[in-house]
Ligand binder design. Sequence first.
Ligand code: MD3
Ligand code: FE
Length: 223
Amino acid sequence: MSLDLFSHLANPVERLELAPGAVLWRHRLEAEAATLLAELPTLLTQAPLRHMQTPGGFSMSVAMSNCGTLGWVTDRKGYRYSPTDPLDGSAWPPMPSSWRQAAVDAAREAGFAGFAPDACLINRYAPGAKMALHQDKDEADLNLPIVSFSFGLPACFLFGGLARGDKAQRILLEHGDVLVWGGPARLRWHGIQPIQPGQHPLTGACRLNLTFRCAASRPEPGP
Ligand code: MD3
Ligand code: FE
């Protein structure tokens, strides 16, 4: 007879270099996930999830909100960062310090010391929701990295190249996974395939993704 003393522990954290500038840690936030996600209800009471309109007039299948001093928004006028929530003109709720710290730690370990996110986009995927292949280039300084946390239902992430038509790799993103994209990987095309139905003990029938960005340009150091 063998005694299982370890099955209650999180899966081991595995670090993968997907490409120059792109690091994936599988299961990195598993143990911390419940604590991090406990911040969500308050944030989403202040700034509810909503399906934004694309400039072309389509409703996004991913429901979104933001926290931090800037938030990513889209409507018929285009994609941009806004200091206020277009639903009511109020400031976005502050970024929880536990979220910021977890993102800053991951960025530093990926080689991006001094990452100072001012924006966190909250993406909620119900089954069937997807994100078409795109580049993230609405931020003022495209040399700065983006950090992403995945929670809940798994997703098939499409990781393309620097040209739209480059062949994309498929990468499974699971609960607690952390990605950092910077340097030569920062402008790679990427997307999320439709989420499959399922239930997760912490998120229920959805996937949550948090992306931490430095959206504003930072002043040059003075003389
Ligand atoms: C690769 N979100 O919000 S996160 C997005 O899972 C976005 O919700 C996806 O793409 C999601 O813009 C993917 C991983 C990610 C985030 C930013 C990137 C990958 C990236 C920026 C450049 C290259
Ligand atoms: Fe993106």
